[in-house]
Design a protein around this ligand. Structure first.
Ligand code: 4NP
Length: 175
């Protein structure tokens, strides 16, 4: 019997914000959508977490859920705090803003941990600002903006991961 072709190990991606109820579950949902559209869902493991534990166990903020569902990406996630062990579980750890990134850098145990950390918006060549703005205390428009900004970052991330793994990439139609 011929040997099965080697299976590339799954790539793992973690999105991190402060509360894990607005920005990072939004990025997680968008990235899941893109990965599924490209039929890569068995090769990419995706999750999100918060640098704070205030909202542990909660569903995404109702405003995030409403915006995302209206744009065609229903969300399902229970908030959880980031753990140091996530450095061992994930290849790519994408922070939503500089405060989240600083909190993660502080928890990194060695240079290999630190090398996994980036701001999501550094993957978007059109980004004018490198932070995904926190919509929590703002109005409804902020949630649509977060969706758009996360979409652009996720598209750049997926393009990079496909190039690194020699997987076919195509732009997923914008929702
Ligand atoms: P997130 O937004 O970090 O995008 O989930 C926030 C959620 C909760 C709070 C702040 C930001 N909070 O202060 O409870």
């Amino acid at each position: 019997m011929p040997a099965s072709p080697p299976v590339s190990p799954p790539v793992s991606v973690l999105f991190v914000c402060l509360g894990n109820i607005c920005r990072s579950p939004q990025a997680e949902g968008i990235f899941r959508h893109m990965v599924r559209e490209l039929q890569l869902h068995e090769r990419v493991h995706i999750d999100s977490a918060g640098t704070a534990a205030y909202h542990t166990g909660e569903a995404p903020d109702p405003r995030t859920r409403a915006t995302s569902a209206r744009r065609g990406v229903p969300l399902q996630h229970a908030a959880r705090p980031f753990q140091v062990a996530d450095f061992d579980r994930f290849d790519h750890i994408l922070a939503m803003d500089r405060h989240n990134l600083a909190a993660l850098v502080e928890q990194a145990r060695h240079p290999q941990d630190r090398s996994k950390l980036r701001l999501l918006r550094t993957l978007d060549p059109t980004a004018d600002d490198l932070s995904v703005p926190d919509p929590y205390y703002g109005g409804a428009h902020g949630f649509d903006h977060v969706f758009d900004v996360c979409w652009a970052g996720c598209a750049g991330l997926l393009r990079e991961i496909c190039a690194q793994n020699a997987w076919d990439y195509r732009d997923v139609p914008r929702l």
